[in-house]
Design a protein around this ligand. Structure first.
Ligand SMILES: Nc1ncnc2c1ncn2[C@@H]1O[C@H](COP(=O)(O)OP(=O)(O)OP(=O)(O)O)[C@@H](O)[C@H]1O
Ligand SMILES: [Mg+2]
Length: 293
């Protein structure tokens, strides 16, 4: 008697993502979500055609390592081993790049914590002399360490563009109790990570966290302390009065500044040497994070 085997190629059965972010693909599985980090890269709100091979795995690995290191804080992770994902997601293409998480009622604010004055906070301060809408008596140069870390929330709007808001506005919108809890958790996460990274020669300039409600508890969701959600600087390259190169997309941004590109789609083609430099930078920060967490 001959036996017939049917080989299922799960890759053929994978549905389209329910939501495609600039970098991540989100599959809605009912009570859970599968968050899959792609190798896409974006800058100036544009996603490039070229992929950065391995970037998605690095981002997912970094985020999960940080989630795990904060064992006192409840987070959204259900499963990180792709073999235990429900079919058809137990497929090799999700290996190390996807995480199965609890689907939460997202709290629509980015909880940004900054230890240094850079990015949009520097823009605000240099233009208006304010720090998160409050006049500052302290005098700062770009990238200076702040006298103490600041909480500078942003509201996640439906248009896709986050809006920086004052602490007071966020408090008025969500109430004192939730606001205080989110701020306290965010400071704890930032200061713990900042100290750990310092021992590896890295400055954690700023970062953002997201939280959600799960069974009425506030839990940590999304991605945590990745180079996409944080500004990491090497201590060797740190200087005030400039914007030091960051581990996220500085190589890409610097390259783009050499081109005559208006920062609107279509995006310019990325040469291989730039792609390789970007990959190496992501690998470098991964190594540092894995060694200190
Ligand atoms: N546990 C969770 N429950 C509910 N929503 C979550 C959870 N974890 C992450 N999310 C949401 O899933 C989405 C992940 O997609 P992603 O971060 O790639 O896109 P985005 O933030 O909308 O846009 P961008 O591409 O600018 O990051 C985000 O909207 C995030 O807030
Ligand atoms: Mg996001």
């Amino acid at each position: 008697m001959t036996e017939t085997y049917v080989v299922l190629d799960y890759r053929l059965m994978i549905p389209k993502p329910s939501y495609i972010g600039k970098v991540r693909d989100v599959y809605d599985l009912g009570d859970s979500l599968l968050l899959s980090s792609s190798d896409r890269i974006s800058a100036f709100d544009c996603v490039f055609q070229e992929l950065i091979p391995g970037k998605g795995v690095i981002l997912n690995t970094i985020s999960n390592r940080w989630f795990k290191s904060f064992n006192s804080i409840e987070n959204h992770i259900i499963e990180t081993n792709y073999l235990n994902f429900p079919a058809p997601f137990n497929s090799i293409e999700f290996k190390d790049r996807a995480t199965l998480v609890k689907k939460c009622k997202r709290i629509d604010y980015e909880c940004v914590v900054r230890g240094y004055i850079s990015g949009s906070l520097w823009k605000e301060y240099s233009k208006f002399g304010t720090l998160n809408f409050i006049f500052s008596k302290d005098k700062y140069l770009e990238s200076d360490k702040l006298s103490e870390p600041m909480f500078t929330p942003a509201r996640k709007n439906d248009t896709g563009h986050d809006e920086n808001i004052s602490e007071k506005k966020m408090k008025d919108e969500i109430g004192d109790d939730i606001f205080n809890k989110l701020k306290e958790l965010s400071f704890f996460l930032y200061t713990t990570a900042e100290q750990k990274m310092r021992n590896s020669g890295i400055i954690l300039c700023d970062t953002k966290f997201e939280f959600g409600f799960y069974n009425d508890n506030i839990i940590l969701i999304d991605e945590v302390l990745t180079p996409d959600s944080s500004r990491y600087w090497s201590m060797d390259e740190y200087k005030t009065g400039i914007s030091p190169p960051s581990f996220d997309k500085q190589i890409l941004r610097n390259y783009l500044e050499t081109l005559d590109w208006n920062k609107e789609p279509p995006t310019p083609k990325l040469p291989n040497d730039i792609i390789n430099k970007i990959i190496n930078k992501y690998k470098e920060i991964q190594e540092k994070i894995l060694s200190c967490t």
